[in-house]
Write a protein that binds this ligand. Sequence first.
Ligand code: DGL
Length: 275
Amino acid sequence: MNIRLNTKRQSNGSNNSPIGIFDSGVGGLSVLQRSRQLLPQENFIYVADSGYAPWGSKDHHFIEQRSKIITEHLLEQGAKLIVIACNTATASIIEKFRHQYGIPFIGVEPGIKPAISVSKNGNIGIMATQGTLASQRYNELKQRFSHTVNLYHTACPGLADQVESCQINTAKTMTLLENFVQPLLTKQVDSIVLGCTHYSFLIPLMQKLVGDSILLIDTSHAVAEQIARIIKQYSLQNNEGNGLSQFFTTGDIEKTRLVMSSLLGHKIENLNALK
Ligand code: DGL
C-alpha cells in the first residue's frame, strides 16, 4: 500500500462526491469490496479497463495513457479521491499523477512490510506482474527490506487473465498457480505476498495449494483503511450517503457484468460502457 501524500494538496471534491477506483480490469474489485465494508456511506465509481487488460506485461507509456483516460473520466464524474487499485499502475504512474491532478491518489503496492511483521523465518515470497517486479518503484521498496529478510520473487504471466475471465476454480488456474508457487516453496517461504489485486480472488485456491501454515498477504483491507484515513484527513467523509456503487468498463458489458457479479457475489446492475 502506498501512503505518501502531499498534504498541501487540496481535493476539489465535496463530501458526497464519489471515491474513484480503477484497475486494468476486475482485480481492484477486491479493494472496492473491502472499502464498501469499511465505509458503508461512501459512494464509489469503479472503472475496469477490461478492454485493454492485462497491464502487467505492458510498457510504461501504455499504462500511463490508459490511466490518464480513466483518471480524467473519474474526475468528470466528480471523484474526490482516486484509488489506483493496481500494483502495476501504481508502480508506473502514481507519483506523476499526484503532481498532475489536484486530488489525492492512493495506490497499492506489494505488502512486504506486513509480511515481515508476520513471517517467523524471514523467507518471504512475492507474486506480482512482470511490470511491477521490473519497476524502479518496486525495486526501491525491495531494497529497503532486503537486508533484513530473504525476498523471493515470481512473476506470474497469465494469472491475472484467469481472474479476468473468471476461470478461477479451473485446472488451468491450478496448474499456473502450482508452477508459480513451487519455486517459492523450495525456498521455505512462510508467507507469500499477493502483489497484484487480481490474485486476492485466488486466495481460497492458493491456500488449498500451499496449506494453512503459509500466510497469504493481501493488502486490500489496508488500502481500505488508508482511504478512511485520507478522507478523514481532508474532511471529505460522506456522512449522509447511501453507499452507492457505479461501474464502468472498456470491455464487453455483458461479459464484464457476469465476471463482476460472480466475483462480488451479487448481480451488478449499474454498469456502463466507457469508450
Ligand atoms: N491488477 C493489477 C495489479 O495489481 C494488474 C494485473 C494485470 O492487468 O496484469 O498489478
